[in-house]
Write a protein that binds this ligand. Sequence first.
Ligand code: TPP
Length: 359
Amino acid sequence: MTPDPRRLLPSDTPVTLIDPDGKAVGVVPDDATLLRSLGALITARRLNDQAYALVRQGRLAVYPSSHGQEACQVAAAQVLDADDWLFPTYRDTVAAVVKGVDPVEALSLLKGDWHCGYDPTEHRVAPHTTPLATQLPHAVGVAHAARLRDEPTVVMAMCGDGGTSEGDFHEALNFAAVFQAPVVFFVQNNEYAISVPLSRQTHAPSLAHKGVGYGMPGERVDGNDMAALLTVLGAAVARARAGEGPQLVEAHTYRMQAHTNADDATRYRDEADVAAWLPRDPITRLQTYLRDRGALTADVESGFTAEAERAAAHLRDGLNQDITPNPQDLFAYVYARPTAQLREQEALIADELSREGAQ
Ligand SMILES: Cc1ncc(C[n+]2csc(CCOP(=O)(O)OP(=O)(O)O)c2C)c(N)n1
């Protein structure tokens, strides 16, 4: 008999545990966990805004900010163990930082300094991917390999709403479900893929419903509610770790700033839409909840602000340093055994460099 697909269906509305007024409407994580997340959220916002400022100063080539989406970023990293893998997109710098990557290293790629900026194996954070959804099959491969090796690793594979229209998204979900790979597909639905609204991206009831077609559960979560994200993503990770296969989680959130500094969002969306999302801000909502409980004191809060300022100063100082990359490093990490063609190209550059040096 065909298994009942209803068990795979997401909730009718996104899971919310703390409402936009800061009131608990379900079972929420304990105060210590939420305080830790609030500290990370405040630093995340500060880093987003600092990076945006660094673009204006010409220290960064481009920055796709996750301002307003910080709860998704923080939760994606916080529900993972140190040995789990995170596969981020270009917008997920802050998730990589919360997983342990130094902010300066996390932004090196966007500065144009180095391929990745950090060693992906050190923090188990894959390089940020600019081609949409190409990281998803890689993420599934890592998850499948972990399972074959009998390791407890879970993989968090991130993408945006636009990424779900790519072939790689569908191939990754299908493979993961067939092989029951321990991977959580985490879609941050921020309503726009540059200028393309969600309605031009899908006709499905929600992006989470897409999981059903592959035989994996889908769930929808309020992407501006830290408590709900930790709970829903945490459950998906626990499920994957227990050998129960992949899950698709769709977070409903909003991109508060332009796609990047190269984009003028006023040309395709109303300022009123943006303003309507302001009261749902993930930081103020969690602050209200924790203040009302007496868990967030003025002292704790100023500690968070001071930590965020330290992180921003570190980012500024780091990005104000110019590095001198070695062009030959371009060839160092392409293949374990370089091809004859690569060796030839490497020799050409070496020759050119030595002639420049001789001038
Ligand atoms: C394969 C591919 N096609 C097109 C692009 C150009 N592109 C860059 S960002 C983007 C929109 C992506 O939107 P979404 O997946 O919703 O992520 P968001 O930027 O909203 O986080 C597009 C089409 C690309 N980077 N890769």
